[in-house]
Structures are given as C-alpha cells and as structure tokens.
Design a protein around this ligand. Structure first.
Ligand code: C2E
Ligand code: CA
Ligand code: CA
Length: 763
C-alpha cells in the first residue's frame, strides 16, 4: 500500500504544479484544464486518506467525497474534451442536462448518510490488523453507470476528432483517447475486483497530466518544421544559411532565383552572393545586419536588392554559421523614385517645381561663392487671355515648349531652371554664360514659331543680378518679378533688370490699389474736363479725364495711377465712376438748358473683360434720362487685339443704342488703316504723337493727310488731340480736320472752372 500512497502523492504534487501553471496562463483552454486538475486533486487526496486510515467514519466520509468529486471531474473532463476538440459548445441544454445529472448524483451520494443506499464501510480485525471493508449497494451501481455515461462523452469526442483531424495533430487526440480508455479499463477492473482503494486513480492522474501537456504545452515539432519550411519557400525574400565554413547549407527558392542558381546547386550560394554584392569573401564575413544595396541586370530588367548578413554564435560565443537575407526592393525603389520625381518636378512640363528649383539654386550658389549669377523669371503677358482664346490644351503646349527651350539652352552645369507656377518660369544663369540677345531671341521665338497665331504671345522677362548670395532664393525671384512688373505694359519683349526703385514702384502700385475704393467714396477721384472745339473755335464738348486729389500725394494725373489699375482690372471701377460723374453732369446741364454740349468718356480695353460695357452704359444713360448722343465713348483700337467679332458686336450695340463712338489714339500702337475700315466708329481721334513730329517731318504730315482723307471718304469726322500751337491748328484745318482738343484751346480743368469758362457766357 505504501508504494501506492507514495506514487499518488508524487502525482498530486505534480498535479498541483501543473494547476498553478495553468492558472497563470491566459490561453483560452486554460480554465477548462484547471477545472479538471482541481477536481482531480480531490479524489487523489481522498484515496490517500482511505489508504492510510483505518477509522471507519473517516473512510466513509472520504468515499463520499471521492465519489462526488469523480462525477464532477468527469463533467469537467467532458467539457474540456468538447472545447479541446473544437466541438460546437454552444448547446446550453446539453450542458444543463449534464450538470443536472451530476447534481442529482452528488445529492444521492451525500444522502448515503441518511439512507445507506450507496455503500457501507465496516472494519474487521485480522491478526491484530484492522481492515476496512467497503461494500457496494445498489445506488453505487447507478453512480458507476452515470460515471461511465459521462466518460463516454469525451471518449466519443476524442475518437471523432482523432479520425477527422490532420495527421499532424492526430497524436494529441489519440494519446488522450488511449489514456482515457486505459484508465476506464483500469477503473472497471477495480470495480469488479472490489478493492478498497481505487488504484486506477494513478491512471486518472496520468490522464490529467496528458490533458495538461497536450492542451497547454505541446506544439508538434513536425508542425513547426513544416511551417518553417513553408514560410521559407513562400516568402519573397531570399534566405541563405551558411555553416561555419560559409558553405551554403540551405537556400530558399526566392534566393535561388535571385542568385540565378538551380534549386540543387545551392553550394555555390556564397560565391553567387559575393558576386552580386561585389564584396570580397573576407570582408563580407564582417557584415552583421548591415544592409547592402545592389543592382542586377537580367534580360534587360533591372533588379534592386537589399542584402543583410547575420552571424550566429553558440552559447560560448563561437561562430556556428551565418545567414543572409536578400530583399527584392525593385518595386519599392522604383515607386520611391517616381514619388521623389513627382515631389520635385512639375507635372506638366517635367522640369523642377518651385521648391526643388529654390533648393538647387541654393546649392549652386553655395558651391560657387566666386561666380556671379543672374536669377531670371519669365511671365507670359496676359496668360489668362491666351488660355481663354486658344484653349487650355494650347496653353499647356505652350508651357511645355518653354520648358523644352530651357532644357535645350541650359547647357552649363551651374544653370538651374524650373516652373514657378502657372505661366511663370525661373532660372539661374551664370553671368559668364549669359547673353541677353540670344536669350531674348529664343524667348521671342519659342511661343510663336509654328503656332499660327493671330496675336503673338509675348513673354516678359525679369532679371536680378545676385548681389547678396545669402538672400533667400524666393526673394531673388521676387526681385526678378518686380522688374517684370515695371514693363508689363510694354508690348515688346526685353529683359527688365531689377533696380532698387522698381521695388518702390511695386509698393506704389500696391498702395494705389488698396486706396482706390476709399478714394472714390471720399471724393478724391474727380472728373476734369478738357474742351473740344470746332473749326470756328467754338466749344462743342469736352473729354472727361480722371484726376486723383490725393490727401498725401496731392494732385495726380492718370499717368500716375491708371497703369497699375489697368493691369489688375480695377480700372473698371474707376471708369464706371467717371462715366456716372459724366452722366450726372450731362443731366444737370440738360436741366440748365445746355443740351448742346457733349461729354466724351474713356473706355479702357480692360473694361470689356470686367463687365458688360453696353449694359452698364445704357443703364447709366437711362438712369439719368440722357440724350444718348450727348455721351461720347472713346475706345482705342487695342480692344481689337482679340475676340474681334465679339468686340465689333459690342461697338455696334453701343452705336445702335445711340451713343457716338470715337476711335481714340488713332495712329499710336497697332494702328492700321485697315482697322479704320473695319471698325464701325463715328469719330476718329488722331493721336497727339503725330503733332509732336509734324513740325519737322513732311512724311508724317503726308500720313496724317492720308488718314484724314480716308476718314472723310468713310464719312467719319476727325478730331485732333494734343494741339498746342496755332500752326498746328492751321495745317490741321487745311487738311480737313474738323475738331480740335489741346492746350492751345484749353487745358483739362475742374468742372467748376470749365463751367465758369464755357457755360456762363451762354444763356
Ligand atoms: P487720352 O485719352 O489720350 O487723353 C488725352 C491726354 O492728353 C490727357 O492726358 C490730356 O491731359 C492730354 N492733353 C490734352 N491736350 C494736350 C496737349 O495739348 N499737349 C499735351 N502734351 N497733352 C495734352 P491725361 O489727362 O494725363 O490722361 C492720360 C490718359 O489717361 C488719357 O489719354 C487716357 O488714355 C487715360 N485716361 C484719362 N482719364 C481716364 C478715364 O477716366 N478712364 C480711362 N480708361 N482712361 C483715362
Ligand atoms: Ca481719350
Ligand atoms: Ca487720346
């Protein structure tokens, strides 16, 4: 009996140990295992006590505890088996039924104290030794039946799982199943031999330990091996193992592909790897986790690999081998290159974008402290109009051409160029390589050659000679653009160089633009009137010319503020205001009976982009109930620069509405006699430029006479402006000019003054 007690006691200790470990585990199965182990401990202890004790009452109690705990143990074992085998556990009815049976059995077993229907325990003395005798009664048989039934559940579950599961896992179920079956056999043997202590508890213990091992500890080693093999053969990274002599002992399929060797010629792995990295054998032995990037060309394809070597050491630090990992980074590297390109280059033209250009210019300037440079910016005149007129596709093509030109011309290694956004380009050129003439002629040609354009595209170019190399590159370009701003109105292309005062000009422009609204509101913007006379010297009307009486700057003629407002379109605001002033004056004059005098207002070409000119003017004339003939409209032929048909319609509309339309500044700028034929105007205003030359120039006189004759033939009266001398009046009159405007007759004056001079004398 001693051997039994000792064995079972050892098993009990082992069980406690397993129970503690299970308790600490957070595996899903752990609670099931710990229930089994806990309820296994009770029958073990009961059996030890039964084996050691000869007190009847103690034995009786231990038997009762033993029987009850085995039922509970079997219940938990069944629950464990179902979970362990992954059977559907979500069946509360079955579980409750089982629990009910266990409870009923336990109560019955406990009631043995009252009814004595389960077993009896008695003692006999035999040769001075007390023997405890156990006698099974009818309910004990029932209890055994219930136990057998409960045990059947895990046996069936394990059997089914053993058959169904893959070979790899089968042994864990089969072992448990066999342990179960053996223990039940042993148990049956005990029942039939009717021994006092249940020796099969040893088997039950062993069973419990198997449960612990297979559920908590065991991972099939074949499974690990299989998995390692599968992972190695399916990953995209090449893996090579080397022994201490650097002989290749394993290369996965990815590695054999990358190194171009057969699956069975892995011995050459190390040499192949070296030829790829270009390292020599000795040196490479020192690599540990350093990444080498190398490129391989095969069948015209480029492969990029990252290679890592790792050395393996044993516990004593002795080298036992090494392994290499080859990662194919071709895709990633290409993607990164594309992203880097996109981040630093302009999408449309493929040249540097602003940020990259600034950076690279900074690099060149830093690397060449002794050289002199220009920062050059270009801007297309009225690019928005180019877009509107020729369409986006054309405009894009134009930008690409400019970029290509830069690519072609930028031959020096210190030249940098890029696109600064929309129609603006920038570059850095060494002063020694810079030649304004070639630059300008290239710039002039590029946008227009082969494009069949009605109106040439004009590029403005501004240059800043880099004096302070530490200045931010953006500020250098600001200066180049300031230079451009100064020549924006010029039709021809030239390079404008930055000078300190172009900066002042820009600040001035800003100031004017900001103050405009307030100036109109506070009456700083006023109409001045310059009389127009007929051949008899009689005042027939006046041109309205804007003046700005500025609180700080004083009296300002339009030359000081109109050009910037023209550039940014704000001129429309001032024009509309002046037109309204003119209408108000005409309205008052009409009341005062002076309906013989007209006023002539200027319409800027920009106005046509900013508003519907006929609608506004007709609206004003109606608002002030004017005789429309009293309001004359001066337009310049520059409005015919584009959308000719549209503009002709607009002019027609105004004329049909009853206004008199004058062609202003005829003879300046783009003048052409053809234009005169095409443009339906009522009056022709000869530009004063002619008069400046006429004093000496017979040729100019001839041209003037020709224009006047042509106008006459078209029945268009001519008014000459800028008339300053009596001689001019004489020869203009002789040529047939009908009206005159100029300092000779009157300067532009305030309304008050004009009225005093021209209105008081007439009733
Ligand atoms: P413009 O339409 O050609 O106006 C005639 C300009 O010649 C006026 O200059 C006038 O003062 C000046 N002038 C008149 N007679 C003589 C003369 O005998 N000799 C000389 N040397 N000059 C003479 P101002 O007033 O400085 O206007 C300049 C330009 O500004 C105008 O040229 C016109 O294009 C524009 N402008 C003036 N007011 C307005 C306006 O309200 N709206 C628009 N859009 N433009 C205006
Ligand atoms: Ca005018
Ligand atoms: Ca004029």
């Amino acid at each position: 009996m001693l051997w039994f007690v000792v064995t079972v006691a050892i098993l009990a200790v082992v069980t406690v140990f397993c129970l503690v470990r299970t308790h600490r585990s957070d595996k899903e199965i752990a609670p099931y295992v710990s229930h089994c182990l806990f309820w296994l401990l009770i029958p073990i202890v009961s059996n030890i006590v039964i084996a050691l004790s000869d007190d009847i009452e103690i034995c009786k109690f231990c038997f009762t505890v033993y029987f009850i705990s085995t039922t509970v143990l079997l219940y938990y074992f069944a629950e464990f088996a179902i979970k362990f085998c992954n059977f559907d556990t979500d069946k509360p009815l079955a579980s409750n039924l089982m629990m009910g049976i266990v409870a009923l059995d336990s109560v019955n077993l406990a009631l043995n104290y009252v009814f004595g229907h389960v077993f009896t325990v008695s003692s006999v003395e035999d040769a001075g030794e007390v023997d405890v005798i156990f006698r099974s009664l009818w309910y004990h048989k029932v209890h055994l039946g219930i136990s057998a039934l409960l045990l059947l559940i895990p046996i069936v579950v394990l059997a089914v799982k053993s058959i169904k599961s893959s070979k790899l896992y089968r042994d864990r179920y089969v072992v448990l199943l066999i342990a179960c079956l053996l223990t039940s056999l042993w148990e049956s043997f005990h029942v039939f031999t009717n021994g006092l202590v249940d020796q099969s508890i040893i088997g039950t213990c062993a069973c419990g330990l198997f449960v612990y091992i297979y559920a908590m500890e065991y991972v099939p080693s074949i499974l690990m091996d299989e998995m390692k093999k599968t992972v190695l053969s399916t990953i995209n990274d090449g893996i090579l193992f080397f022994d201490e002599n650097r002989d290749c002992i394993y290369a996965n399929p990815a590695a054999t592909f990358q190194l171009g060797m057969g699956l069975n010629e892995t011995e050459s792995g190390f040499e192949k790897l070296l030829s790829l990295t270009g390292e020599d054998r000795e040196e490479s032995a020192y690599y540990s986790s350093k990444v080498l990037t190398c490129t391989k060309m095969e069948d015209g394809e480029e492969y990029i690999y990252d290679i890592e070597f790792h050395k393996l050491h044993d516990m004593q630090g002795k080298l036992i081998g090494s392994f290499a990992k080859i990662q194919d980074t071709t895709e990633r590297t290409k993607r990164e290159n594309v992203n880097r390109f996109l981040a630093t280059h302009d999408k449309l033209t493929g040249i540097y974008n602003t940020d990259r250009l600034y950076d690279s210019i900074r690099e060149v300037l830093n690397a060449n402290p002794d050289k002199e440079f220009y920062v050059i910016a270009s801007d297309i005149k009225e690019f928005k109009l180019v877009n509107d007129r020729y369409g986006r596709e054309f405009a894009d093509k134009l930008l690409i051409r400019i970029a290509d030109l830069l690519k072609d011309k930028a031959v020096s290694d210190t030249t940098r160029y890029g696109r600064l956004g929309s129609d603006k380009f920038g570059c850095l050129i060494e002063k020694a390589n810079y030649n304004e003439e070639t630059f300008v002629s290239a710039m002039r040609e590029v946008p227009n050659v082969g494009m069949n354009l009605v109106i040439p595209i004009i590029m403005h170019v501004g240059a800043y000679e880099v004096e302070d190399k530490n200045m931010p590159v953006s500020a250098m370009f600001d200066r180049a653009f300031i230079a451009i701003a100064g020549v924006k109105q010029e039709a021809d292309l030239r390079v404008a160089y930055y000078e300190e005062n172009s900066r002042d000009a820009m600040l001035w422009d800003q100031k004017i633009t900001e103050q405009l609204d307030n100036a109109i509101l506070t009456g700083q913007i006023v109409p001045y009137l310059q009389a127009q006379v007929n051949r008899d010297g009689k005042v027939v009307g006046a041109e309205v010319l804007v003046r700005w009486i500025h609180p700080d700057e004083g009296f300002m003629p339009p030359g000081r503020f109109l050009s910037v407002l023209e550039k940014n379109g704000r001129i429309a605001k001032i024009d509309q205001y002046i037109w309204e002033c003119a209408c108000r004056i005409l309205r008052r004059w009409a009341f005062e009976g002076r309906e013989d005098l007209y006023l002539s207002v200027n319409i800027s070409p920009k106005d046509f982009y900013m508003m519907d000119v006929p609608e506004v003017i007709i609206g004003l004339a109606d608002k002030y109930e004017l005789d429309r003939k009293r309001l004359r409209l001066e337009i310049t032929e520059t409005i015919m620069m584009d959308d000719i048909d549209e503009k002709l319609k607009t002019i027609d509309k105004l004329r049909e509405a009853g206004f008199i339309v004058e062609m202003d500044d005829f003879g300046s700028g783009y003048s052409s006699l053809n234009m005169l034929k095409d443009m339906p105007v009522d009056v022709l205003k000869l530009d004063m430029i002619f008069l400046k030359d006429t004093a000496h120039d017979e040729r100019t006189k001839k041209i003037m006479s020709l224009i006047i004759d042509l106008a006459k033939s078209l029945d268009v009266p001519v008014i000459a402006e800028g008339v300053e001398t009596v001689e001019q009046v004489d020869f203009l009159a002789k040529m047939g000019c009908d009206y005159f405007q100029g300092y000779y007759f009157a300067r532009p004056v305030s309304l008050d003054e004009y009225e005093k001079k021209n209105l008081s004398s007439v009733s």
